[in-house]
Design a binder for this molecule. Structure first.
Ligand SMILES: Cc1cc2nc3c(=O)[nH]c(=O)nc-3n(C[C@H](O)[C@H](O)[C@H](O)COP(=O)(O)OP(=O)(O)OC[C@H]3O[C@@H](n4cnc5c(N)ncnc54)[C@H](O)[C@@H]3O)c2cc1C
Ligand SMILES: O=C([O-])CC(=O)C(=O)O
Length: 373
């Protein structure tokens, strides 16, 4: 780490002191007095997962100093190119109630932004449309149906628009455009006293020697410094089309065809090529995307292409949100909290998994319960 010397404060030394208020308007309340030295937390990564996590920590833990160390910043992260729709799937290794909480916490957080005067600046807004199925799904009402707004089954008349599909849901969800949202989060982070260092991490241990707690939000990047054989790229290509008359989203449940109207363009997708590291736009993929999307929404044929983009989703069977401990050469044990592997759902789960990390960090520093947790 350049620009910071060895740091000797341990977490134990920095834990807060408790004061009991006997008088005044807060009588009977326990106050936690800021400790002598702040707990030094470092967040690796400044995509939607790293920035959400860093903001959550910086705004809720006054006795921590939070630093982001990231190789790339917005607009050069995978998150920047995400369609940003809030739709989730079911991960095999995470209890459903935990997944539900991740999604609901994110939805509620972003809904509040969408309803505020910050919506335009943050790039967060409501989006109504449908998800359609070529075969009737076993579970006609997914576990997340009560998180989104106005969830219902498509009528037969609505389904007639999609002759190759047998079933569908209509609902209102949120779209969070990271090209706006990430700079907006970054500003919020700096306002909360956070620091950002642009640097590649090659070894978690040497980073840990300068901090008390390490949070790993490096997405696919953790392949280079972490032995997690489950992480792999899932290539996604999208086309941005000028077609402002298209207002409602359409998503094929197979995840390979979607149409998402946004603030300045309609995003057409997509591809899901597992293990494919190519970042170049593929001509054949483009033709496939346009053909599939136009077959669902023929009016798109009147649009024109604004730009194209390829990103690599941080693929994993399930996201990894958990704590481990690493031991440094001097014997010091440093908690490392992982928050990566969100695949095609990083925006959808960003705030929920960030709050999960906040709870884990709070446990590490024996911070008092916070009403927002
Ligand atoms: C085409 C496409 C469409 C998508 N659409 C949606 C959608 O509609 N909804 C949705 O929820 N999700 C969507 N996704 C998925 C979403 O983009 C990802 O889940 C999300 O971006 C993951 O965020 P992240 O912060 O983990 O990763 P990233 O955005 O990749 O951020 C990782 C960060 O870690 C940093 N980093 C990596 N390695 C190192 C290192 N060694 N040292 C220092 N820093 C490092 C990087 O520089 C970067 O800042 C889409 C993805 C693609 C490709
Ligand atoms: O699948 C979608 O609807 C959009 C998305 O999250 C992705 O392409 O990863």
């Amino acid at each position: 780490m350049s620009g910071s010397g060895p740091h000797k404060t341990t977490i134990r030394e920095a834990t807060c002191r408790v004061k009991y208020d006997m008088t005044g308007p807060d009588a009977g309340q326990i106050h936690f007095v800021t400790a002598m030295a702040p707990v030094k937390v470092v967040v690796v990564g400044a995509g939607v997962i790293g920035l959400s996590t860093a903001v959550c920590l910086a705004e809720n833990l006054p006795n921590c100093s939070v630093t982001i160390v990231s190789q790339h910043l917005s607009p050069n992260t995978t998150s920047d190119g995400a369609a940003g729709i809030l739709i989730t799937t079911e991960f095999p290794d995470v209890p459903v109630d935990r997944q539900l909480r991740w999604f609901k916490d994110t939805f509620d957080h972003l809904l509040a932004i969408a309803e505020s005067s910050e919506a335009g600046k943050a790039g967060v807004f409501l989006s109504t449309g449908c998800q359609i199925f070529k075969e009737v799904p076993r579970d006609k009402k997914p576990y997340w149906s009560d998180v989104v707004l106005g969830f219902r089954t498509l009528t037969e008349r609505e389904l007639k628009r999609f002759p190759h599909h047998k079933f569908g849901h209509a609902f209102t969800t949120l779209k969070c455009e990271c090209m706006s949202y990430l700079p907006w989060l970054e500003k919020r982070f700096r306002n909360a006293g956070g620091m950002i260092i642009q640097e590649k991490v090659t070894d978690l241990r040497s980073l840990a020697s300068h901090f008390d707690i390490v949070i790993n939000c490096s997405g696919l990047g953790c392949c280079s410094f972490l032995e997690d054989v489950d992480v792999e790229p899932i290539r996604g290509q999208v086309v941005h089309l000028h077609a402002p008359w298209v207002k409602n989203f359409i998503r094929d449940a197979d995840g390979k065809t979607y149409i998402y109207p946004g603030m300045n363009s309609v995003i057409l997708g997509g591809t899901r090529q597992v293990g494919d590291w190519r970042l170049e736009v593929d001509e054949v993929d483009r033709q496939g995307i346009l053909a599939r999307c136009c077959s669902l929404e023929p009016s798109l044929r009147g649009g024109h292409i604004l730009r194209e983009w390829v990103g690599l989703r941080p693929g994993r069977r399930s996201p990894r949100v958990e704590k481990e401990q690493i031991q440094l050469q001097d014997g010091r044990k440093v908690p490392v909290i992982h928050n990566y592997g969100h695949g095609g759902n990083g925006v959808t789960l960003s705030w929920g998994t960030a709050l999960n990390v906040l709870r884990l960090v709070s446990q590490c520093i024996q911070h008092p319960p916070i009403s927002r947790l």
